[in-house]
Design a protein around this ligand. Structure first.
Ligand code: GLC
Length: 526
């Protein structure tokens, strides 16, 4: 079976993972020094956020050179060595591809600025003499004006001009970029903003407009989203990938709500997998979760693709915080909403077991395995996310889920590096360092290590089928062959545990009963 159908994939937000050169920013050297930690955690692959040359106006999602590594992260040679070193540790490497837009510092955009209106260089982007009513996903208008009066489209920050995917140069360039990294041994690509590359001809106005804080829920049939022509791009790319054998993989960032439209991206000649954002957004509620799980599995079955289970990433409020809120469904980033973090951690532990037991692949965002909460009280002047600025602070942005990891010690930067950390870590994270948690069998880290090992070595979870068990209202229980059951208690009271030998539990079973907001894996008689 191909590895990606059931892989546990760890998301490395490089700027905040580990700093090898003491400048306060995570880098490739830091990542390489921690590969042993990731191997021992028990994941199968890494997805590394963009490491390309970039002015860092959007944390590297503004790429100036797709074939170079940003000096703050290292060199191309270091990236090549990292890929080889990860492979020696048994870890595959997925890199992030950003095809919707470049940086305004990219040579093509600089050439377009110089070449002026009507020039062929401008045709690689969306230059117009007027604008439409589109808003940036980061807040504010989606158009900025250049010196000669023309406007260019940017669905994100003004430093991220959208590419024109109807242009043959754009198509040829990205196939060449794919080959560049495949030739360097990467095992796959995470495709940024995968549903928005193609825009409706003529760029017509939108019907629905958001104002203030962008939500993650715009309609599917907008003129800048899920255009049918986008599938041709992925079919072309799949052919390129296929030249490198069956083991290279695409994972799409596809915020498309309609299951049928979503599944189209996962047809056998397009992308292999996509992030399950419906699961990420779902409230901590048995009925809602069961409905999402059923819909996910049914949708993926229509195209034979494996599901993925995702709880957090570098764009959303960390789930420890979300699950500690009264309303735990995620529609948009919010601040000032009270959260009971102890409750959030209990639920996050249970959710980890749920997500690892379900059929398909599972993602772990760095810091999930430490039970990190969102950080809200960062000084404004240190916030880097353009969302903060573009929404006038209505949305604090994503820096709060990107705070550098606490590795060891009693004080910041907790061995993140020797030169501080680009965002300050809360002093109370001394309780959450990886080193401290390694020594505590009851820690979140110990739970992740145990569960990932059991998932891979003992219970053979991952791809395959599952059957719901009737365990009463508020309880999610299912079994998988051979002889495995997962029970998650989302009620307010402890419940009886079905028969079986407990393999992993997210909380101690008291008198054989499963506490509220806890989960257990069981070996059952098959
Ligand atoms: C994706 C990335 C996000 C980035 C945006 C623009 O949503 O995950 O971090 O800001 O695309 O590239």
């Amino acid at each position: 079976m191909t590895w990606w159908r059931d892989a546990a994939i760890y998301q490395v937000y490089l700027r905040s993972f580990a700093d090898g050169n003491g400048d306060g920013v995570g880098d490739i050297a830091g990542l390489e020094s921690r590969l042993g930690y990731l191997r021992d955690l028990g994941v199968d692959a890494l997805w590394i956020n963009p490491w390309y040359a970039s002015p860092m106006a959007d944390g590297g999602y503004d790429v100036a050179d797709y074939r170079a590594v940003d000096p703050s992260f290292g060199t191309l040679g270091e990236a090549e060595r990292l890929i080889a070193a990860a492979h020696r540790h048994g870890l595959r490497v997925i890199v992030d591809l950003v095809p919707n837009h470049t940086s305004d510092q990219h040579p093509w955009f600089q050439e377009a600025l110089r070449a002026g209106r009507g020039s062929p260089a401008r045709e690689r982007f969306h230059f117009r003499d007027g604008t439409n009513n589109w808003q940036s996903r980061f807040g504010g208008p989606a158009w900025s004006q250049v010196d000669d009066g023309q406007w260019y489209l940017h669905l994100f920050d003004s430093s991220q001009p959208d590419l024109n995917w109807d242009h043959p140069d754009v198509r040829a360039e990205f196939e060449s970029i794919l080959r560049f990294w495949l030739d360097r041994g990467v095992d796959g690509f995470r495709i940024d903003v995968a549903a928005r590359l193609v825009k409706q001809v003529g760029l017509p106005d939108k019907r629905g407009l958001f104002e203030g804080v962008p939500t993650f829920e715009d309609a599917d049939d907008e003129p800048d989203k899920d255009r049918p022509e986008v599938h041709g791009i992925y079919r072309d790319w799949r052919r390129v990938l296929g030249e490198y054998g069956p083991d290279r993989v695409f994972v799409g960032e596809i915020w498309v709500r309609d299951p049928e439209r979503f599944a189209k991206y996962l047809r056998p000649d397009e992308l292999h997998t996509a992030f399950n954002f419906a699961f990420l957004k779902c409230a901590w509620d048995a009925g809602a979760l069961r409905a999402v799980i059923d819909r996910t599995l049914a949708t993926h079955a229509t195209v034979g693709a494996p599901a993925t289970w995702v709880l957090s990433n570098h764009d959303v409020t960390r789930h420890v915080t979300r699950y500690g809120r009264k309303d735990s469904a995620f529609m948009k980033r919010e601040h000032g909403v009270p959260a009971d973090l102890a409750l959030g951690v209990r639920r996050a532990r249970a959710a980890a077991l749920l997500s690892m037991a379900l059929p398909g692949g599972v993602y772990v965002y760095q810091g999930d395995e430490l039970g990190l909460p969102e950080v809200f009280d960062l000084p404004d002047e240190l916030r880097e996310d353009p969302v903060f600025r573009r929404t006038g602070g209505l949305d604090l942005g994503r820096d709060g889920c990107r705070v550098p990891l606490p590795w060891d010690g009693e004080e910041p930067p907790f061995a993140f590096g020797t030169g501080g950390s680009w965002l300050p870590q809360p002093p109370e994270w001394r309780e959450l360092t990886a080193a401290r948690q390694l020594g505590d069998p009851d820690s979140v880290l110990s739970l992740y290590r145990l569960a990932l090992r059991v998932r891979r070595d003992e219970a053979a979870l991952g791809d395959g089928g599952m059957r719901w068990l009737d365990a009463g209202p508020g309880v999610l229980a299912f079994e998988r062959d051979p002889g495995f059951a997962c029970v998650v208690n989302l009620t307010d009271e402890d419940i009886a545990v079905p028969e079986g030998e407990p393999l992993v539990a997210s909380a101690p079973l008291a008198g054989g009963r499963l506490p509220a907001d806890a989960a257990v894996w069981l070996r059952t008689a098959s």
